[in-house]
Design a protein around this ligand. Structure first.
Ligand code: GTQ
Length: 349
Protein backbone atom coordinates (compact mmCIF):
# COMPACT_ATOMS: atom_id res chain seq x y z
CA UNK A 1 0.00 0.00 0.00
CA UNK A 2 1.24 3.48 -0.84
CA UNK A 3 2.18 5.49 2.21
CA UNK A 4 -0.39 7.97 3.31
CA UNK A 5 0.65 11.36 1.87
CA UNK A 6 1.65 13.73 4.57
CA UNK A 7 0.55 17.31 4.80
CA UNK A 8 -2.42 16.65 2.51
CA UNK A 9 -4.49 19.57 3.68
CA UNK A 10 -1.46 21.82 3.86
CA UNK A 11 -0.45 20.89 0.32
CA UNK A 12 -3.90 21.63 -1.05
CA UNK A 13 -3.87 25.00 0.67
CA UNK A 14 -0.37 25.62 -0.67
CA UNK A 15 -1.45 24.78 -4.24
CA UNK A 16 -4.41 27.12 -3.95
CA UNK A 17 -2.19 29.89 -2.62
CA UNK A 18 0.52 29.61 -5.30
CA UNK A 19 -2.13 29.40 -8.03
CA UNK A 20 -2.90 33.04 -7.36
CA UNK A 21 0.73 33.73 -8.38
CA UNK A 22 0.26 31.67 -11.60
CA UNK A 23 2.29 28.76 -10.21
CA UNK A 24 1.52 25.05 -10.01
CA UNK A 25 3.30 21.93 -8.67
CA UNK A 26 4.79 19.77 -11.42
CA UNK A 27 4.86 16.68 -9.20
CA UNK A 28 1.08 16.44 -9.28
CA UNK A 29 1.00 16.10 -13.08
CA UNK A 30 4.41 14.77 -14.14
CA UNK A 31 3.39 11.16 -14.66
CA UNK A 32 0.56 12.20 -16.93
CA UNK A 33 2.92 14.24 -19.08
CA UNK A 34 5.80 11.79 -19.40
CA UNK A 35 4.07 8.56 -20.31
CA UNK A 36 6.15 5.46 -21.01
CA UNK A 37 4.91 5.50 -24.60
CA UNK A 38 2.43 7.53 -26.66
CA UNK A 39 -1.10 7.59 -25.32
CA UNK A 40 -2.94 9.08 -28.28
CA UNK A 41 -6.20 10.80 -27.41
CA UNK A 42 -7.84 9.86 -30.71
CA UNK A 43 -9.85 6.68 -31.25
CA UNK A 44 -9.39 4.33 -34.15
CA UNK A 45 -12.28 5.07 -36.48
CA UNK A 46 -13.62 4.26 -39.92
CA UNK A 47 -16.05 6.04 -42.25
CA UNK A 48 -17.80 3.99 -44.94
CA UNK A 49 -18.10 6.19 -47.99
CA UNK A 50 -21.36 4.64 -49.18
CA UNK A 51 -22.94 5.55 -45.83
CA UNK A 52 -21.78 9.15 -45.77
CA UNK A 53 -22.22 9.94 -49.47
CA UNK A 54 -25.99 10.59 -49.13
CA UNK A 55 -25.27 13.06 -46.31
CA UNK A 56 -22.68 14.80 -48.42
CA UNK A 57 -25.21 15.11 -51.26
CA UNK A 58 -27.74 16.49 -48.79
CA UNK A 59 -25.20 19.14 -47.83
CA UNK A 60 -25.00 19.87 -51.54
CA UNK A 61 -28.71 20.66 -51.52
CA UNK A 62 -28.64 22.72 -48.33
CA UNK A 63 -25.74 25.05 -49.00
CA UNK A 64 -23.86 26.25 -52.06
CA UNK A 65 -20.09 26.10 -52.41
CA UNK A 66 -20.05 29.89 -52.66
CA UNK A 67 -21.96 30.34 -49.41
CA UNK A 68 -20.01 27.68 -47.55
CA UNK A 69 -16.69 28.85 -49.07
CA UNK A 70 -15.63 25.21 -48.67
CA UNK A 71 -18.48 22.68 -48.55
CA UNK A 72 -16.80 20.08 -46.42
CA UNK A 73 -18.08 17.44 -44.04
CA UNK A 74 -15.44 17.09 -41.37
CA UNK A 75 -14.35 13.58 -40.45
CA UNK A 76 -14.39 14.19 -36.76
CA UNK A 77 -12.57 11.72 -34.57
CA UNK A 78 -15.22 10.40 -32.16
CA UNK A 79 -12.86 10.87 -29.21
CA UNK A 80 -11.93 14.44 -30.18
CA UNK A 81 -15.33 16.03 -30.83
CA UNK A 82 -14.71 18.91 -28.44
CA UNK A 83 -11.38 19.89 -29.97
CA UNK A 84 -10.84 23.03 -31.99
CA UNK A 85 -9.67 23.12 -34.71
CA UNK A 86 -11.55 19.95 -35.66
CA UNK A 87 -9.45 16.90 -36.35
CA UNK A 88 -9.36 13.25 -37.35
CA UNK A 89 -6.22 12.64 -35.31
CA UNK A 90 -4.50 14.68 -32.66
CA UNK A 91 -2.55 16.70 -35.25
CA UNK A 92 -4.47 16.44 -38.52
CA UNK A 93 -7.72 17.43 -40.15
CA UNK A 94 -9.62 15.43 -42.74
CA UNK A 95 -12.88 16.21 -44.49
CA UNK A 96 -14.81 15.35 -47.61
CA UNK A 97 -15.31 18.27 -49.96
CA UNK A 98 -18.13 18.39 -52.49
CA UNK A 99 -18.36 20.63 -55.55
CA UNK A 100 -21.53 20.41 -57.59
CA UNK A 101 -21.65 21.03 -61.34
CA UNK A 102 -21.19 24.69 -62.18
CA UNK A 103 -19.90 25.65 -58.75
CA UNK A 104 -16.72 27.42 -57.72
CA UNK A 105 -15.16 27.38 -54.25
CA UNK A 106 -13.66 30.88 -54.27
CA UNK A 107 -9.95 31.68 -54.19
CA UNK A 108 -8.20 32.12 -50.85
CA UNK A 109 -4.89 31.30 -49.22
CA UNK A 110 -3.78 30.24 -45.77
CA UNK A 111 -0.64 29.12 -44.00
CA UNK A 112 -2.08 25.66 -43.48
CA UNK A 113 -1.07 23.21 -46.19
CA UNK A 114 -3.73 21.10 -47.85
CA UNK A 115 -3.72 17.84 -49.72
CA UNK A 116 -6.55 16.51 -51.86
CA UNK A 117 -7.10 12.86 -52.54
CA UNK A 118 -9.72 12.46 -55.23
CA UNK A 119 -12.61 10.11 -54.45
CA UNK A 120 -15.32 10.60 -57.03
CA UNK A 121 -15.95 12.54 -60.23
CA UNK A 122 -13.69 13.33 -63.07
CA UNK A 123 -12.73 16.59 -64.66
CA UNK A 124 -13.27 19.24 -62.02
CA UNK A 125 -10.22 21.34 -61.24
CA UNK A 126 -8.15 22.88 -58.51
CA UNK A 127 -6.10 25.94 -59.42
CA UNK A 128 -3.00 26.79 -57.38
CA UNK A 129 -1.36 30.18 -57.93
CA UNK A 130 -2.91 30.30 -61.37
CA UNK A 131 -2.15 26.77 -62.57
CA UNK A 132 -5.08 24.45 -63.00
CA UNK A 133 -5.06 20.72 -62.65
CA UNK A 134 -7.90 18.50 -63.72
CA UNK A 135 -8.60 15.94 -61.03
CA UNK A 136 -9.36 12.26 -61.41
CA UNK A 137 -9.99 9.54 -58.82
CA UNK A 138 -6.82 8.52 -57.00
CA UNK A 139 -4.93 11.72 -57.84
CA UNK A 140 -3.02 13.39 -55.00
CA UNK A 141 -3.10 17.17 -55.40
CA UNK A 142 -1.09 19.60 -53.29
CA UNK A 143 -1.99 23.08 -52.12
CA UNK A 144 1.19 24.43 -50.50
CA UNK A 145 1.09 26.83 -47.59
CA UNK A 146 0.17 30.39 -48.57
CA UNK A 147 -0.74 29.69 -52.20
CA UNK A 148 -3.94 30.99 -53.81
CA UNK A 149 -6.36 28.23 -54.60
CA UNK A 150 -9.86 27.84 -55.96
CA UNK A 151 -11.77 24.75 -56.94
CA UNK A 152 -14.33 24.50 -59.73
CA UNK A 153 -16.53 21.94 -61.38
CA UNK A 154 -17.35 22.45 -65.04
CA UNK A 155 -18.52 18.86 -65.48
CA UNK A 156 -22.04 17.48 -65.14
CA UNK A 157 -21.32 15.28 -62.13
CA UNK A 158 -20.65 16.01 -58.46
CA UNK A 159 -16.98 15.96 -57.52
CA UNK A 160 -15.80 14.69 -54.14
CA UNK A 161 -12.36 14.56 -52.65
CA UNK A 162 -10.75 14.10 -49.28
CA UNK A 163 -9.04 17.17 -47.85
CA UNK A 164 -6.16 16.67 -45.44
CA UNK A 165 -4.87 19.75 -43.62
CA UNK A 166 -2.35 20.45 -40.87
CA UNK A 167 -4.84 22.68 -39.02
CA UNK A 168 -4.05 21.56 -35.48
CA UNK A 169 -0.28 21.68 -36.02
CA UNK A 170 -0.33 25.22 -37.37
CA UNK A 171 -2.77 26.23 -34.65
CA UNK A 172 -0.46 24.84 -31.96
CA UNK A 173 2.33 27.05 -33.29
CA UNK A 174 0.03 30.05 -33.57
CA UNK A 175 1.11 30.57 -37.16
CA UNK A 176 -2.32 30.87 -38.76
CA UNK A 177 -2.70 33.49 -41.49
CA UNK A 178 -5.57 33.66 -43.96
CA UNK A 179 -6.48 35.90 -46.88
CA UNK A 180 -9.47 35.90 -49.23
CA UNK A 181 -8.63 36.81 -52.82
CA UNK A 182 -11.84 38.77 -53.23
CA UNK A 183 -12.82 37.22 -56.54
CA UNK A 184 -13.82 33.66 -57.34
CA UNK A 185 -10.76 32.87 -59.37
CA UNK A 186 -7.12 33.80 -59.18
CA UNK A 187 -6.02 34.73 -62.73
CA UNK A 188 -4.57 31.90 -64.81
CA UNK A 189 -0.81 32.18 -65.03
CA UNK A 190 0.55 28.91 -66.40
CA UNK A 191 -0.94 26.35 -68.75
CA UNK A 192 -2.34 23.14 -67.34
CA UNK A 193 0.30 20.43 -67.06
CA UNK A 194 3.12 22.92 -66.60
CA UNK A 195 4.30 21.68 -63.20
CA UNK A 196 4.29 18.02 -64.16
CA UNK A 197 6.26 18.81 -67.32
CA UNK A 198 8.88 20.80 -65.44
CA UNK A 199 9.24 18.68 -62.35
CA UNK A 200 7.49 15.37 -62.77
CA UNK A 201 9.57 13.43 -65.27
CA UNK A 202 12.90 12.89 -63.56
CA UNK A 203 14.02 16.20 -65.07
CA UNK A 204 14.34 19.68 -63.61
CA UNK A 205 14.73 23.04 -65.31
CA UNK A 206 18.52 23.47 -65.42
CA UNK A 207 18.65 26.54 -63.21
CA UNK A 208 15.83 25.49 -60.93
CA UNK A 209 16.06 27.06 -57.51
CA UNK A 210 13.94 25.58 -54.81
CA UNK A 211 11.32 27.89 -53.39
CA UNK A 212 9.71 26.79 -50.17
CA UNK A 213 9.58 23.29 -48.78
CA UNK A 214 6.66 21.87 -50.72
CA UNK A 215 7.00 19.86 -53.92
CA UNK A 216 6.42 21.94 -57.06
CA UNK A 217 4.41 19.06 -58.55
CA UNK A 218 0.79 20.08 -58.34
CA UNK A 219 -0.80 16.72 -59.10
CA UNK A 220 0.68 13.26 -58.58
CA UNK A 221 -1.73 11.43 -60.83
CA UNK A 222 -3.12 8.05 -59.93
CA UNK A 223 -2.27 6.76 -63.37
CA UNK A 224 1.47 7.20 -62.77
CA UNK A 225 1.41 6.17 -59.13
CA UNK A 226 -0.56 3.01 -59.82
CA UNK A 227 1.66 2.08 -62.74
CA UNK A 228 4.78 2.42 -60.57
CA UNK A 229 3.32 0.26 -57.80
CA UNK A 230 2.02 -2.35 -60.17
CA UNK A 231 5.37 -2.60 -61.91
CA UNK A 232 7.11 -2.89 -58.56
CA UNK A 233 4.75 -5.58 -57.38
CA UNK A 234 5.57 -7.75 -60.39
CA UNK A 235 9.24 -7.98 -59.74
CA UNK A 236 10.12 -6.68 -56.35
CA UNK A 237 10.23 -8.01 -52.89
CA UNK A 238 7.32 -6.99 -50.75
CA UNK A 239 7.62 -5.42 -47.34
CA UNK A 240 6.12 -7.83 -44.83
CA UNK A 241 4.21 -5.05 -43.07
CA UNK A 242 3.37 -2.66 -45.89
CA UNK A 243 3.23 -4.76 -49.04
CA UNK A 244 4.52 -2.40 -51.71
CA UNK A 245 4.61 1.11 -50.32
CA UNK A 246 5.96 4.26 -51.92
CA UNK A 247 6.08 7.76 -50.55
CA UNK A 248 5.41 10.88 -52.61
CA UNK A 249 8.58 12.97 -52.79
CA UNK A 250 9.81 16.45 -53.59
CA UNK A 251 11.61 15.92 -56.91
CA UNK A 252 14.55 18.20 -56.06
CA UNK A 253 15.25 17.05 -52.52
CA UNK A 254 13.86 13.54 -52.19
CA UNK A 255 12.18 14.69 -48.99
CA UNK A 256 8.46 14.22 -48.38
CA UNK A 257 6.31 16.09 -50.91
CA UNK A 258 4.90 18.32 -48.16
CA UNK A 259 6.74 19.59 -45.06
CA UNK A 260 4.00 18.91 -42.53
CA UNK A 261 2.20 15.90 -43.95
CA UNK A 262 3.84 12.75 -45.28
CA UNK A 263 1.88 11.00 -48.03
CA UNK A 264 2.21 7.49 -49.41
CA UNK A 265 0.46 4.91 -51.53
CA UNK A 266 0.71 1.19 -50.98
CA UNK A 267 -0.39 -1.83 -52.96
CA UNK A 268 -1.47 -4.90 -51.04
CA UNK A 269 -1.62 -7.98 -53.26
CA UNK A 270 -4.79 -10.08 -53.14
CA UNK A 271 -4.65 -12.30 -50.07
CA UNK A 272 -1.90 -10.23 -48.43
CA UNK A 273 -1.75 -10.45 -44.66
CA UNK A 274 0.79 -8.05 -43.22
CA UNK A 275 2.99 -8.39 -40.16
CA UNK A 276 2.07 -6.26 -37.13
CA UNK A 277 3.47 -2.74 -37.21
CA UNK A 278 3.33 0.43 -35.16
CA UNK A 279 4.76 3.91 -35.49
CA UNK A 280 4.59 7.14 -33.52
CA UNK A 281 2.62 8.96 -36.23
CA UNK A 282 -1.15 8.51 -36.33
CA UNK A 283 -2.07 7.69 -39.92
CA UNK A 284 -5.14 8.41 -42.02
CA UNK A 285 -5.84 5.88 -44.76
CA UNK A 286 -8.08 6.24 -47.80
CA UNK A 287 -8.99 3.15 -49.79
CA UNK A 288 -8.25 3.96 -53.41
CA UNK A 289 -9.19 0.46 -54.58
CA UNK A 290 -10.00 -2.94 -53.23
CA UNK A 291 -11.33 -4.28 -49.98
CA UNK A 292 -9.97 -5.89 -46.88
CA UNK A 293 -9.48 -5.10 -43.24
CA UNK A 294 -7.01 -3.53 -40.89
CA UNK A 295 -6.70 -5.01 -37.43
CA UNK A 296 -5.78 -2.37 -34.85
CA UNK A 297 -4.94 -3.63 -31.34
CA UNK A 298 -6.94 -6.78 -32.11
CA UNK A 299 -10.01 -4.93 -33.41
CA UNK A 300 -10.86 -5.16 -37.11
CA UNK A 301 -11.80 -2.26 -39.35
CA UNK A 302 -13.37 -3.74 -42.50
CA UNK A 303 -12.90 -1.42 -45.44
CA UNK A 304 -13.93 -1.13 -49.05
CA UNK A 305 -13.28 1.36 -51.83
CA UNK A 306 -13.38 5.06 -50.82
CA UNK A 307 -13.57 4.35 -47.08
CA UNK A 308 -11.42 6.43 -44.74
CA UNK A 309 -9.93 5.22 -41.48
CA UNK A 310 -7.51 6.44 -38.87
CA UNK A 311 -4.98 4.41 -36.88
CA UNK A 312 -3.80 6.16 -33.70
CA UNK A 313 -0.15 6.63 -32.86
CA UNK A 314 1.74 3.60 -31.52
CA UNK A 315 -1.20 1.21 -31.80
CA UNK A 316 -0.17 -2.09 -33.33
CA UNK A 317 -1.92 -2.88 -36.60
CA UNK A 318 -1.74 -5.03 -39.67
CA UNK A 319 -3.49 -4.99 -43.04
CA UNK A 320 -5.29 -7.87 -44.75
CA UNK A 321 -6.37 -7.55 -48.37
CA UNK A 322 -9.23 -9.68 -49.73
CA UNK A 323 -8.67 -8.28 -53.22
CA UNK A 324 -5.70 -6.41 -54.59
CA UNK A 325 -5.97 -3.12 -52.72
CA UNK A 326 -4.42 0.33 -52.90
CA UNK A 327 -4.27 2.48 -49.79
CA UNK A 328 -3.39 6.16 -49.80
CA UNK A 329 -2.20 7.46 -46.43
CA UNK A 330 -0.98 10.60 -44.74
CA UNK A 331 0.41 11.53 -41.34
CA UNK A 332 2.59 14.04 -39.50
CA UNK A 333 5.68 11.81 -39.90
CA UNK A 334 7.80 14.51 -41.66
CA UNK A 335 7.41 16.80 -38.66
CA UNK A 336 8.30 14.06 -36.20
CA UNK A 337 11.34 13.10 -38.30
CA UNK A 338 12.61 16.67 -38.47
CA UNK A 339 12.35 16.91 -34.70
CA UNK A 340 14.06 13.57 -34.15
CA UNK A 341 10.94 12.03 -32.63
CA UNK A 342 9.66 9.49 -35.13
CA UNK A 343 9.79 5.81 -34.18
CA UNK A 344 8.49 2.58 -35.61
CA UNK A 345 8.41 -1.02 -34.46
CA UNK A 346 7.87 -4.14 -36.49
CA UNK A 347 6.81 -7.36 -34.87
CA UNK A 348 9.61 -9.94 -34.87
CA UNK A 349 9.19 -12.38 -37.74
O1 GTQ B 1 -9.97 23.78 -49.84
O2 GTQ B 1 -9.02 25.49 -48.97
O3 GTQ B 1 -11.34 21.02 -45.95
O4 GTQ B 1 -9.37 26.03 -46.52
C1 GTQ B 1 -10.72 23.05 -44.98
C2 GTQ B 1 -10.20 24.32 -45.13
C3 GTQ B 1 -10.53 22.72 -47.32
C4 GTQ B 1 -9.64 24.45 -48.85
C5 GTQ B 1 -10.87 22.27 -46.07
C6 GTQ B 1 -9.86 24.80 -46.37
C7 GTQ B 1 -10.02 23.99 -47.48
Amino acid sequence: MAPEPRHTAEREAFYARIATSSLAPLWEVLKGIQSVEPRPPEAMALWHYDEIRPMLMEAGRLISAAEAERRVLILQNPALREHSPPRISHSLFAGLQLIMPGEIAPSHRHTQSALRFIIEGEGAYTAVDGERTTMRPGDFVITPSWTWHDHGNETKEPMVWLDGLDLALVDLLNAVFFEAYGEDRFPAGRPEGDSIARFGSGLLPVDYERRGLTSPILNYTYERTREALEQMSRGGERDRCHGFKMRYVHPATGDWAMPTMGTAMQLLPRGFSGAPYRSSDSAVFVVAEGNGRTVVSGEALAWRQHDVFVVPSWREYHHEAADESLLFSFSDRPVQEKLGLWRERRAAS
